[in-house]
Design a protein around this ligand. Structure first.
Ligand SMILES: Nc1nc2c(ncn2[C@@H]2O[C@H](COP(=O)(O)OP(=O)(O)OP(=O)(O)O)[C@@H](O)[C@H]2O)c(=O)[nH]1
Ligand SMILES: [Mg+2]
Length: 352
């Protein structure tokens, strides 16, 4: 390979559209013969995103059990493994509740992996609807703080979901691009800037209060679940994940619980389907094989992040899944509040 792979870090709050943009960008790049790969990240295992990205035939690794900053070694190893397959671009998606990425991830990558990887400008995505909620006077003040810190350290800020034509919120940092992963609008323009090689990622460093940052992360209940479902009678994937996501949306809305992101993926013998919502009461976004035929066996993964007690999340998820007609095998559920971030490295100056 002529040049070291370019790591393109795409951050932003939960549900901002990071994975969708990475997939849309990878599709555009593949038409130009550019090989890409992705690294996904979460506080727990059983990631919907990793499975979704792999279902789209993209080479993907994941870092689990903590954010990139706390698992810096795992991130570097994941990037090294991907490098063996010769991608020119490696997209890296940090957990949506993570910030201070410039000091704890980008500077260490520049310092320790010079010549091995190159760094694109750090892109942070903003969903206009989420921004409006987090910037409202009644928003959780710690989450609002985290959100503003995410924007403050960005080299490039992008407003996402342009196809929804939502009002543009007044952001603490100005947006450089407005794009839609769904229609492709603005993706080529962003990619041109991200891949230009003129700006090296991590130009800014944050002043940040780690106690407040930890409180913001802990404001969210986190739940990851996976298991096999044997439908009796056989059901299409839409009839498995549809009722689960609808029921959960209804119960969480009734309880007044703010959803950051709820996503469910079903890999059945007949095809795969993903459904997701970023707020209670939202009509789910459904992607995949909508026409997949009935199947008895379904491999299901569900990831839920919401402003609620993790035990409550566990109860409602279990109850929603148990309403389906059939039986669950080997279902594992992890629910918790993320632990305070403890970065392996924290640079006080911008590295080379
Ligand atoms: N209408 C519309 N919806 C989008 C667009 N991009 C993403 N979405 C939807 O927004 C939701 C969140 O998208 P993701 O790409 O999963 O967001 P994310 O930032 O990776 O989420 P986390 O990994 O959970 O933090 C999904 O339901 C997507 O279908 C877009 O351009 N337009
Ligand atoms: Mg994602």
């Amino acid at each position: 390979m002529s040049e070291a792979p370019l790591i393109v870090t795409v951050g932003g709050f939960l549900g901002a559209g990071k994975t969708s943009l990475i997939l849309a960008a990878a599709r555009q790049l593949s038409t130009q013969g550019v090989a890409t790969a992705a690294i996904l990240n979460d506080q727990a295992g059983a990631l919907v995103d990793t499975q979704w990205v792999r279902e789209q035939d993209m080479d993907a690794e994941q870092v689990t059990g903590g954010c990139f900053c706390c698992r810096f070694g795992d991130l570097a190893q994941a990037a090294e493994r991907l490098r063996e397959h010769g991608p020119e671009v490696i997209f890296a998606e940090p957990v949506g509740s993570c910030t201070d990425i410039s000091a704890t991830v980008l500077q260490p990558l520049k310092a320790e992996y010079a010549g091995v990887f190159r760094l694109a400008p750090f892109t942070v995505l903003v969903d206009p609807a989420r921004a409006a909620r987090l910037l409202a006077p009644d928003a959780d003040p710690d989450l609002a703080y985290l959100f503003s810190k995410q924007l403050e350290e960005a080299d490039i800020v992008c407003l996402t979901k342009a196809d929804l034509a939502l009002p543009v919120p007044e952001l603490p940092a100005p947006a450089h691009f407005r794009l839609s992963a769904r229609t492709g609008e603005g993706v080529a323009e962003w990619l041109r800037e991200a891949l230009a090689g003129t700006t090296i990622g991590g130009q800014k460093l944050l002043e940040i209060d780690y106690e407040r940052y930890a409180r913001a992360e802990a404001a969210l209940g986190w739940l990851n679940c996976e298991g096999d479902f044997l439908a009796d009678p056989p059901l299409p994937p839409a009839a498995v994940i549809g009722p689960v996501i609808d029921q959960l949306g209804e119960w969480l809305a009734e309880a007044g619980i703010e959803i950051a992101h709820l996503k469910v993926i079903d890999h059945a013998e007949s095809g795969y389907l993903k459904a997701a919502v970023c707020r209670a009461g939202q009509e789910p976004d459904v992607e995949g094989d909508l026409a997949a035929s009935p199947s008895a066996w379904h491999q299901v993964r569900l990831n839920l992040r919401a402003e609620a007690d993790p035990d409550v999340l566990q109860q409602v998820v279990t109850a929603a899944m148990d309403r389906l007609r059939g039986s669950w095998r080997g279902r594992r559920i992890e629910s918790f509040r993320p632990a305070p971030p403890q970065p392996v490295h924290r640079f006080r100056e911008v590295a080379g």
